[in-house]
Design a protein around this ligand. Sequence first.
Ligand code: IPE
Ligand code: IPE
Ligand code: MG
Length: 247
Amino acid sequence: MEDLIDKTNVPRHVAIIMDGNGRWAKKNGSMRVKGHQSGVKSVREVTEIAAEVGVKYLTMYAFSTENWSRPEYEVNALMHLLVSTIRKETRGLQKNNIKLRAIGNLDSLPSVCQKELNEAIKITANNTGLHLILALSYSGRWDIVNACKQLAEDAKSGIINPKDIDNDVFANYLDTKEYPDPELMIRTSGEMRISNFLLWQLAYSELYITETLWPDFNKEEFLKAIIAYQRRERRFGKTSEQLSKIN
Ligand code: IPE
Ligand code: IPE
Ligand code: MG
């Protein structure tokens, strides 16, 4: 299936809402936590195939601001899973030249998570392949409000003139400032919503929603999403005729 991919039109940045772990567990007669554990394999597979086809940035929504309101035992299990997964996977990231990064309100994570995450970020910092960006305690509104706060501070202290604020200036205050906007956003488990993910950054992303539950999502499913993306006509407000004139 990889042969069907047009290597000249691979999205630079793919963002994924990894959803459906709970439903997968229910379907298999197990506890929700088992679903989250089973989802780790999908993260590994997708990271590998994304790097293989030449994606440069892969952002994965792992825990939202709103997910803090889940039952305490589930939140704890997710935090433990995060720590043990980072511990286990860092060597593989090194081997595959992958650079781990994170976005979100990282200060709100338990200190053991912060420590493990920062260590893995440091260890993989000089890798030059795929950027794997985990969105943790992240939400689009948090990102935008946080950017506004910093922007207001900089305006107050005269570092920036409010007249000079434009899209690029604003984007530079977001947690994603180092990364281009995603060309493609994938959501598993069939939900037709953004769930407070990258609200600003998804302005012109192609959306691909599959019924497949996250623990069943694999290399083949990822390639299917890339192929679907490559069939889209990205018009950015223009007409189809205008686009064919350029080509
Ligand atoms: C996604 O799976 C994982 C997280 C949000 C952390 P869910 O846990 O939301 O699974 P469903 O949506 O209940 O099936
Ligand atoms: C979105 O999934 C968050 C993550 C995948 C981390 P949710 O399962 O929390 O989304 P909603 O609440 O169904 O919209
Ligand atoms: Mg869900």
